[in-house]
Ligand binder design. Structure first.
Ligand SMILES: [Zn+2]
Length: 168
């Protein structure tokens, strides 16, 4: 491997795709970078789920990937108290970022982290973001797969402003 992914020009794309909530698998495939390498460079790849999880009485939920137990991610510190059991929660310190996970799977073999964004559209991002992906050498097919949309939708987003029809 030559150098750090974070120093390569594609890194801005990776960051942007992560922010958009595109899954690691898709980004890895489209950019042809091993998922492990991306995950290592970014820290934790936070997934985005658009369904609120059903939370059990003990505050845990079920991982949407592996169906094992997942714990909520809490920010700040937990101070142990006598007669109070430790909560089933992952303490994440004090730094809250916009992409911070809300849930963390406790299955080591899975390790999926995700946040819930019910009005997140996994649809196509704006033209500028698409143009950057094109600039990084992604084909239209790559982009369509990345966002799980039809090729024509990518084309339309890149080349057209909706509602501008000529020659009618
Ligand atoms: Zn899991």
């Amino acid at each position: 491997m030559n150098g750090d992914l974070r120093n390569s020009p594609i890194w801005q794309c990776v960051i942007e795709l992560h922010r958009q909530g595109v899954s690691l698998d898709r980004v890895s495939k489209a950019l042809r970078i091993p998922a492990e390498e991306i995950a290592r460079a970014i820290g934790t790849w936070t997934g985005v789920e658009c369904k609120r999880p059903k939370v059990a009485k003990d505050g845990t939920t079920i991982c949407p990937r592996c169906a094992k137990e997942a714990w909520p991610v809490r920010f700040g510190m937990w101070i142990p108290e006598r007669d109070k059991p430790a909560p089933k929660a992952v303490m994440a310190g004090c730094v809250i970022g916009p992409d911070a996970p809300e849930w963390a799977c406790q299955n080591d073999g899975c390790g999926y982290n995700w946040r819930v964004d019910t009005h997140s559209t996994t649809g196509i991002p704006d033209r500028l973001a698409l143009m950057q992906l094109r600039h990084e050498g992604l084909s239209l097919e790559d982009i369509a797969e990345l966002y799980d949309v039809e090729l024509t939708a990518v084309n339309a987003a890149l080349h057209d402003s909706p509602g501008l029809e000529h020659g009618q």
